[in-house]
Design a protein around this ligand. Structure first.
Ligand SMILES: NC(=O)c1ccc[n+]([C@@H]2O[C@H](COP(=O)([O-])OP(=O)(O)OC[C@H]3O[C@@H](n4cnc5c(N)ncnc54)[C@H](O)[C@@H]3O)[C@@H](O)[C@H]2O)c1
Length: 347
């Protein structure tokens, strides 16, 4: 029997509840589909930081490297540990060390979920560059605290980095409806974004079967609201992708439904799957976190592991659950009730 070993990091707040739910669903589908999923849990979180002085041990990355995939809940509890410490101590080092350069987020409405738009007919796959660009961390501050203080933050765009994320996006477009929207701001940013547009055109010539359109990020933000049905795969830099995928989460009904994958497409290191939302301190003790985003992220993990039929079964069970009105309204159904409904739809 095929067996996949998964590193499970529940993290903080609702991370534990939504990952418990997702794991229950993943185990159920694995049993019914003839493969095994083995989990190894790591308690890395803000509580772990308070106990040990680190979000994860010094050999944490080496430990994770031997797994087939990583399933993560949420990281951060600002009342205990500053966000900059928790983010830079766990999530970002994993994405960077494992070269998870493609951050992939599907944006579509599950049946029965009410979005804020007039249309419910859209199915967008956002691909965000996850390792360089505006979030490369290159820069500095001088004359700190004086009237002459200067802060510089430089975006880093490498040919290797831009080309590989665009190639990945072209491949996704080929697997879907054959349309790719490449997002820049090349009218204002005349170096990095013009460079991105040039590479887009070069790769477009290699993919004549993909219909490519370049958009400025402001126009794309408007399009995602006014004509989301016109979009298929959307590819953007780290910063632009970050912002557009929050917009994507909003139009698909909110953070309870927003799933994501941090992929190392070449599979040289494990990829990581996580709901987009954070630890939700405001509702963490209440038992009402929506586990759908985490379960959907789990389905993306199955897809990545090659268990495509099982991934489709999970997505069908989610759709059957929300079509019954379960899990569609924030706070109405408890985490346990939503999970039970998904399990029952699976069986
Ligand atoms: N990838 C991550 O691990 C990640 C992502 C975002 C935020 N964070 C961290 O999480 C902490 C809290 O951040 P925040 O409050 O800005 O964002 P958040 O996503 O935790 O919560 C924002 C709002 O959405 C609600 N919400 C989020 N997920 C939900 C779910 N599954 N079901 C129902 N409601 C849900 C919350 O109750 C809250 O009102 C911070 O420390 C932040 O840095 C981590």
């Amino acid at each position: 029997m095929t067996s996949h070993s998964i590193a499970v990091i529940k993290g903080d707040g609702i991370g534990a509840a939504v990952i418990d739910a997702a794991w229950e669903v993943l185990q159920a589908v694995a049993k019914g589909s003839g493969f095994a999923l083995h989990d190894t849990a790591f308690p890395w979180s803000c509580d772990h930081y308070l106990e040990t002085g680190a979000m994860m041990p010094a050999d944490g990355i080496d430990t994770l490297r031997r797994f087939d995939a990583i399933l993560l809940g949420a990281v951060g509890w600002p009342a205990k540990v500053p966000d900059a410490v928790s983010l830079h101590g766990l999530l970002l080092p994993i994405r960077k060390a494992f070269d998870q350069y493609a951050n992939v987020r599907p944006h579509r409405l599950l049946p029965g979920v009410q979005g804020p738009l007039r249309t419910d007919r859209f199915d967008i796959l956002c691909v965000r560059e996850n390792t360089e660009g505006e979030y490369a961390g290159a820069g500095g501050r001088i004359h700190v605290g004086t009237p002459h203080e200067v802060a510089v933050e430089t975006g880093i765009f490498t040919r290797r980095g831009v080309e590989r994320i665009l190639r990945f996006a072209f491949t996704q477009a080929r697997k879907r409806r054959g349309k790719l929207a490449s997002v820049t701001k090349s009218n204002a940013q005349k170096h990095s974004m013009v460079f991105w547009d040039e590479i887009t055109r070069q790769l477009a010539a290699e993919h004549p079967d993909v219909e490519v359109t370049s958009y400025h990020v402001d126009a794309m933000a408007a399009r995602m609201v006014t004509a989301p049905e016109s979009l298929d795969v959307v590819v953007a830099s780290n910063l632009f992708g970050d912002i557009l995928t929050d917009l994507g989460a909003a139009i698909q009904g909110g953070l309870g439904f927003a799933a994501s994958a941090n992929l190392n497409p070449e599979r040289g290191a494990p990829s990581m799957f996580e709901p987009v939302h954070g630890s939700a301190p405001d509702i963490a003790p209440l038992g009402i976190a929506n586990p759908i985003a985490a379960i959907w992220s789990g389905a993306m993990m199955l897809e990545h592991l090659g268990e495509t039929a099982a991934a489709e079964r999970v997505m069908a069970a989610l759709a059957a659950t929300t079509a019954r009105g379960i899990g569609t309204i924030p706070g109405k159904d408890r985490t346990n009730a939503i999970t039970a409904a998904v399990l029952s739809a699976l069986s």
